[in-house]
Design a binder for this molecule. Structure first.
Ligand code: IPD
Ligand code: CA
Ligand code: CA
Length: 262
């Protein structure tokens, strides 16, 4: 299953990279949300690759929706994570292929087609970048932490994201917004980011990344500290060592917010 995830992500990513120099055909599909014809091309490649091996498995994919429901295995696919970047030629995007077994993420492959980097993990087997084991960072204090985030689309999500940024940015090394949630989670797994949070996640943004972060020794919860599931939009991923410090800062924000409302 890991081999299939890797092959599907790589084959789709090769198409993404091949089309990168060409003109974009960009369609608006929602509020602050676009899709390109390459999203559909990449998606078709991923779905064909999975279906050829596992025709009975359920697949949930961002553009195509759900197919073959009812299996205990569900593949979760984001054919291009970072479509806004891709459509603007900002060279940060990924193909994300995750697999759940009875709702538990067990396999994840996140491929960066523009750097030819394959991040992959299987539950209990560790995480790898191009076949070499990776670990989350050893940064222990928030003051040294490089924090990633993304903004989501909805106004309300952005307002709350800003409040979270206000609570973290004054205390950390710096903050980055890359525009590909899946790739940012892979970067937490690789130790390149120490923290990543996003309040507007979809299952296809996180399914593969959760396996990578956990297998690299990191930790994922909601920003309130509750257990994370891929159907929860709010996600906080860290190297594990600074998780409680971030939760403390975010809880301070929640307390202040509650007091303001009283
Ligand atoms: C988006 C990216 C972005 C995140 C958005 C997602 P897409 O995915 O992951 O980083 O902030 O919420 O929708 O639309 O490019 O697949
Ligand atoms: Ca996405
Ligand atoms: Ca996408």
């Amino acid at each position: 299953m890991l081999d299939t995830a890797i092959e599907a992500a790589r084959r789709a990513g090769q198409a993404v990279a091949e089309h990168y120099p060409a003109a974009r055909n960009v369609t608006v599909k929602g509020y602050r949300d676009v899709v390109t014809e390459v999203d559909y091309i990449a998606e078709r490649i991923v779905l064909e690759t999975i279906r050829a091996r596992f025709p009975d498995h359920t697949i949930l994919s961002e553009e195509a929706g759900e197919s073959a429901p009812g299996s205990r295995y569900t593949w979760i696919v984001d054919p291009i994570d970072g479509t806004t970047n891709y459509s603007r030629r900002l060279p940060i995007c990924s193909v994300s292929v995750g697999l759940l077994e009875d709702d538990v993420p067990i396999v994840g492959a996140i491929y960066d087609p523009l750097r030819d980097q394959m991040f992959a993990a299987q539950r209990g087997q560790g995480a790898q970048l191009d076949g070499t084991p990776i670990r989350a960072s050893r940064v222990e204090t928030l003051a040294d932490a490089v924090v990633g985030l993304d903004w989501g689309h909805a106004d309300e999500v952005r307002e709350r994201t800003l409040a979270h940024v206000n609570q973290v940015a004054p205390w950390c090394r710096t903050v980055r917004a890359l525009g590909s949630a899946a790739l940012a989670l892979a970067y937490v797994a690789a130790g390149w980011l120490d923290v990543y949070f996003n309040l507007g996640m979809k299952p296809w943004d996180t399914a593969a990344g959760t396996v990578l972060v956990a297998e690299a020794g990191g930790r994922i919860t909601t920003p309130a500290g509750a257990p994370y599931r891929v159907d929860i939009p709010e996600c906080l991923a860290t190297n594990g060592l600074i998780h409680d410090q971030i939760l403390f800062r975010l809880r301070e924000r929640a307390r202040a917010y509650q007091q303001e409302g009283q």
